[in-house]
Design a protein around this ligand. Structure first.
Ligand code: FAD
Ligand code: NAI
Length: 474
């Protein structure tokens, strides 16, 4: 006998668990299948997907610990605090991180109970179209559901000839779990993971060299911000080599040797104790048996969807990293809610133009909307207001004066088109930019809103004033 549901979600990451909770809230009989190897104390797969287990949450825990370590070693003295030379207990740091992961992943199981979502531990794969929906195998069970939401996420992309063992050569999984600080750490890919996890281990004492194929640093970010980030991260000690081509990678018991050509074409060799490969992610669609039901994938293996996350099959939806768009947890969650609400006959809305991007380096980098290079390419006439954090009293008080806020507004209508921040608290400050763009605000609107003093948000206020060449404190 197969189990029957209104909605079956395959995958329990931010896309999947949020879709399941929202569908259940809307009154649907809902189940969620999850099959990852990260077992909880009961031996069941943990919920939360990449984000909670080996992504957003553990990386931010390590970023915080390593930030405090760096402050204790290099920042406290300026404020008259002496603590001697700080020491890091890597085991304790990792245990704290794991504790946070335990708490949050267990919390989702609690949310499933509260919202009456049935948790189905096991791998989900399509069988066939059946009377009343779709037949899906979950572990040893057969489930029939009217609607199936595929939220199977992504995994690290690996490179041919560079075998990841998650000990010497690691992807995000191993890079969050080194049992000691490597003396020399190499990173392939100066993207988000390379910069965040490269920063973690550098702050703790590793000599970190990042090898990036592209000639431009952070090509997707506003190039003004990218330039500042490259300057600041390099000053902190990250060695970032752009425009390289990776050659042979040889591993030995103790480390790894990476041959590469640098941007001038000269042959180089880098020796390191550990290597992080962070060159993007690939969708998890290989185990779905998509072919059995004719579920359409694109040439990169992603499930093809329209702007409402509908696949080519009636009643089959897909959200999160497994579909087009940025691979971000909050984008997955937005799509998840929209799909559940669309199934319920509601308006299910996703605004892809207001998805914020954050890189949790120090200083943080965050943006929403268009970059200057995009506006130029589109031929949009714009004005820019740019204010450094160094002019802000709060930034001085907390000793975080690096960076700036730049607001881009339409030259004719004054509408805010982009907000770009590099500086302390950027991850939270960008929310004001998201609200502004979502509500089609003008820069004048931001300029006329009262911002608390002294706060970092005043830099945003001043940047809005600066688009009209009338900053008060700069
Ligand atoms: P996932 O989280 O990948 O979840 C998919 C789940 O489906 C997995 O648990 C998987 O086991 C399960 N699954 C797969 N196939 C099947 C199957 N056939 N049957 C059953 N279950 C299956 N994003 C941010 O927004 N902010 C950040 O700070 C951030 N930091 C990150 C740091 C790192 C190191 C990494 C790697 C990623 C980070 N991300 C961050 C990205 C974020 O983790 C992903 O965008 C997000 O997890 C995507 O959610 P998802 O639900 O689509 O997929
Ligand atoms: P990424 O796409 O951010 O960066 C990959 C980098 O590797 C790029 O700069 C690319 O040019 C480079 N690259 C690709 N092939 C290469 C090669 N052969 N040699 C040298 N360089 C090469 O991918 P990353 O860092 O792996 O992260 C994956 C995704 O996870 C991100 O795109 C993001 O969606 C998500 N993420 C988000 C975070 C956040 O929101 N703060 C944090 C970490 C990850």
């Amino acid at each position: 006998m197969s189990k029957e549901f209104d909605v079956l979600v395959i995958g329990g990451g931010p896309g999947g668990y949020v879709a399941a909770i929202r569908a259940a809230q809307l009154g649907f009989k809902t189940a969620c299948a999850e099959s990852n190897p990260y077992a909880d104390p009961k031996g069941e797969p943990r919920l939360g997907g990449t984000c909670l287990n080996v992504g957003c949450i553990p990386s931010k825990a390590l970023l915080h610990t390593s930030h405090l370590f760096e402050e204790a070693g290099h920042g406290f003295a300026d404020q008259g605090i002496s603590v001697g030379t700080p020491k890091i207990d890597v085991g304790k740091m990792l245990a704290r991180k794991s504790g946070i992961v335990d708490q949050l992943t267990g919390g989702i199981k609690g949310l499933f109970k509260k919202n009456k979502v049935t948790f189905l531990p096991g791998h989900g794969s399509f069988v066939k179209q059946a009377a009343g929906g779709w037949e899906v195998k979950v572990g040893a069970e057969t489930v029939v559901a009217k609607n199936v939401i595929v939220a199977t996420g992504s995994k690290a992309r690996h490179l041919p000839g560079i075998p990841v063992d998650n000990k010497i050569i690691v992807d995000n999984v191993g890079a969050l779990d080194f049992d000691a600080v490597p003396k020399k750490l190499a990173v392939i890919g100066a993207g988000v993971i390379g910069l965040e996890l490269g920063s973690v281990w550098r702050r703790l004492g590793a000599e970190v060299t990042v090898l990036e194929a592209l000639p431009d640093f952070l090509a997707a970010a506003d190039q003004d911000v990218a330039k500042e980030a490259l300057k600041l991260l390099t000053k902190q000690g990250l060695k970032i080599n752009l425009g390289v081509q990776i050659g042979e990678v040889k591993t030995a018991k103790k480390g790894v040797t990476i041959a590469y050509t640098d941007k001038s074409g000269a042959a180089q060799k880098l020796e390191a104790d550990r290597l992080i490969v962070s060159v993007g992610r690939v969708p998890n669609t290989d185990g779905l048996n998509a072919g059995a039901v004719g579920l359409k994938l694109n040439e990169r293996g992603m499930i093809e969807v329209d702007g409402h996350c509908r696949t080519n099959l009636p009643g089959v939806w897909a959200v999160g990293d497994v579909v087009r768009g940025p691979m971000l947890a909050h984008k997955a969650m937005e799509e998840a809610v929209a799909v559940a609400e669309t199934i319920a006959g509601q308006a299910g809305h996703i605004n892809f133009d207001t998805i914020p991007y954050v890189i949790y380096t120090s200083p943080e980098i965050a943006w929403v909307g268009k970059t200057e290079q995009q506006l130029k390419a589109e031929g949009v006439a714009y004005k820019a207001g740019k204010i450094p954090f160094a002019f802000n009293g709060r930034a001085l008080g907390i000793g975080a004066t690096d960076g700036f806020v730049k607001i881009l507004a339409d030259a004719a209508t004054d509408r805010v088109l982009g907000v770009h921040i590099i500086g302390a608290g950027a991850s939270d400050l960008v929310a004001e930019g998201v609200v502004a763009i979502e509500f089609s605000a003008a820069a004048e609107d931001l300029a006329r809103i009262c911002h608390a003093h002294p706060t970092l948000s005043e830099v945003l206020h001043e940047a809005a004033l600066a688009t009209d060449k009338r900053p008060l404190h700069a």
